[in-house]
Write a protein that binds this ligand. Structure first.
Ligand code: URA
Length: 425
């Protein structure tokens, strides 16, 4: 059945609901490049303003899943479980988490993305390891997963292709920030990936796509319902993204910090979130494992190294370092009470850690090292952040991003809670 895009746009613009047939037609016609980008943009903007009814979102998500193939994980003999984050600053959790959960006995098929804007991407981080390949054919992905228990790679072109097209369009039309559009985008990929269980790390705070807690909660509830409706056991944790996670934001810098977690050290907040997510993943997978013991015994680090080797990387090779460094001083005596996640993310991005356009390369060594974080005492001339770049000309614009990003007070603040809420069965 064929429709006119303009009728769908008018219906949504005026607050009406699309029929199942209209939704199926639009998603498949846009994926086949039979709908003009300007019409798709107008429809997306109408959805941003008007939202979607539950039955529309269910149909929209199903149509996005059906726009491509589903991965067949039936050859994997142990329970499969994945984690997805809605995106944050310094969020390197996937790197230690996948091997930790694998070392406890589950299989973790993690299809990840690259960073865009102020948030980092797992694949950009892993690709700083010399030789590492993130683009794997399905057969190779399955064989790494079966052998090593975890794989972290890009979603192939056949997995939810509607999302690839729609996400690229949303990114340039100001239509990312919408609960139904984010939920369908994430869940179509995760459901097509085929894991039996999923834990969602839904970020709340200045560094998140939806900073407000009530919106983040609504997003989490929407994604949990979509997962459950498709037979994927789904739980969401709302977690704090007001301040960067850990002490680094930047690709190779975050790999180093992830290796520290796998070695049993590393920043407390990264360890806390990694273990919290691992525990939920193992419960959903029905596996009685101890993530901390997997780290203590060295089993998780071995898994990570085996996965890197299997994906062409050299786990022993030195990681790239950016040659140019600059210190950002505290500017006052006292206690750090705020270090804004979004500002640090934009700063790292301007230093070269992120890309302005999808086809641009990232600088592997660029980024920000947080020498002090909220709760730490500082003196006026003490270094608070270290900025790293390949090219010193980037420092001026990066420093601008830090204007107003730090508060220093005479008294220390209450430590902010990292784990805010759990949503799901
Ligand atoms: N991540 C996604 O995959 N999709 C969105 O819409 C937002 C974050």
């Amino acid at each position: 059945m064929s429709f006119h895009a303009v009728d769908l746009i008018r219906t949504k613009r005026d607050g009406g609901a699309l029929t199942d047939e209209q939704i199926r037609w639009f998603v498949s016609a846009y994926t086949a490049e039979e709908v003009a980008h300007e019409q798709a943009s107008a429809l997306l903007m109408a959805i941003v303003w008007r939202g979607m009814a539950d039955h529309e979102l269910a149909q929209w998500t199903a149509a996005m899943i059906d726009s491509g193939e589903r991965l067949d994980l039936s050859s994997i003999t142990v329970p499969t479980v994945d984690k997805h984050s809605t995106g944050g600053v310094g969020d390197k959790i996937s790197l230690p988490l996948a091997p930790i959960v694998a070392a406890c006995g589950a299989a973790v098929p993690m299809l990840s993305g690259r960073g865009l804007g102020h948030t980092g991407g797992t694949l950009d981080k892993l690709e700083t390891i010399p030789g590492f390949r993130a683009e794997l054919a399905s057969a190779e992905m399955l064989s790494v997963l079966a052998r090593e228990g975890c794989v972290i790679c890009a979603a192939g072109p056949k997995l939810a292709p509607a999302d690839k097209k729609l996400y690229a369009l949303r990114d340039v039309t100001g239509t990312v920030e919408s609960i139904p559009l984010i939920a369908s985008s994430i869940m179509s990929k995760k459901i097509a990936e085929g894991a039996s269980a999923l834990v969602l790390d839904v970020k709340v705070g200045s560094g998140a796509f939806l900073p407000d807690v009530s919106q983040a909660r609504a997003l989490a509830e929407t994604m949990v319902s979509l997962g459950e409706a498709h037979g994927v056991k789904t739980v969401a944790l709302l977690t704090n993204m007001d301040t960067p996670l850990g002490r680094t934001a930047g690709n190779a810098l975050e790999v180093t910090e992830s290796l520290e977690i796998l070695a049993g050290s590393g920043p407390d907040d990264v360890a806390e979130l990694t273990y919290a997510l691992a525990e939920v993943m193992l419960v959903l997978a029905g596996i009685e494992g101890d993530p901390r013991a997997a780290v203590r015994s060295g089993a998780a680090l071995e898994r990570f190294q085996a996965m890197v080797l299997a994906q062409g990387g050299d786990p022993d090779a030195p990681l790239p370092e950016a040659p140019e460094r600059m210190v950002f001083e505290a500017g006052a005596d006292g206690f750090v009470t705020r270090l804004d996640a979004r500002a640090v993310g934009v700063c790292a991005w301007r230093l070269g850690a992120g890309r302005a356009r999808k086809e641009h390369p990232v600088s592997p060594g660029a980024g920000v090292v947080c020498l002090k974080k909220p709760g730490d005492e500082v003196s006026e001339s003490e270094p608070l952040l270290e900025l790293r770049a390949d090219d010193g000309e980037r420092f001026a614009a990066a420093l601008q991003a830090l204007e107003g990003a730090v508060d220093i007070a005479a008294e220390p603040c209450e430590p902010a809670r990292l784990l805010l809420e759990r949503i799901g069965p």
